[in-house]
Design a protein around this ligand. Structure first.
Ligand code: ZN
Length: 128
């Protein structure tokens, strides 16, 4: 056998031997789940690692992929503001706001005045 071919097969065999499915073979359950083969490491699908496929071979390859899969990213926790003031949401930081006022005759008109929420500063205090 050509040396390079021997090396190829050695490398291939080594790769096969370190497959998660092979390494964990003694701890893995193989079963039929619905219309698919299921390879499972662990107590159940929720807490364990599983692979599915049309054949045990396909399921074992899928298991290898699952073994290297990362958990979905955890939601980012809201970051507490490090500043003591924030832009006033009521007037969008302008300090000015429109208010509907009643006329003596019962009609309404809109007038621009200092924002009631921030007192015209455009910012509101934040409790860090
Ligand atoms: Zn405001």
């Amino acid at each position: 056998m050509d040396n390079s071919i021997a090396e190829y097969w050695n490398a291939f065999a080594a790769q096969e031997l370190i497959r998660p499915f092979i390494m964990l073979a003694g701890h893995i359950k193989i079963s039929v789940d619905g219309n698919q083969w299921c390879v499972l490491y662990g107590e159940n699908l929720q807490d364990g690692v599983a692979g599915f496929g049309d054949s045990p071979e396909h399921a074992s390859r899928d298991f290898d992929v699952s073994w290297h899969a990362k958990l979905p990213a955890t939601p980012i926790r809201p970051v507490k503001p490090t500043f003591s003031v924030q832009r006033c949401a009521a007037c969008d930081g302008t300090g000015r706001a429109y208010y509907d006022d009643s006329t003596p005759r019962g009609g309404n008109y809109s007038s621009e005045r200092s924002c009631n929420i921030c007192g015209g500063h455009g910012t509101t205090d934040v409790q860090p």
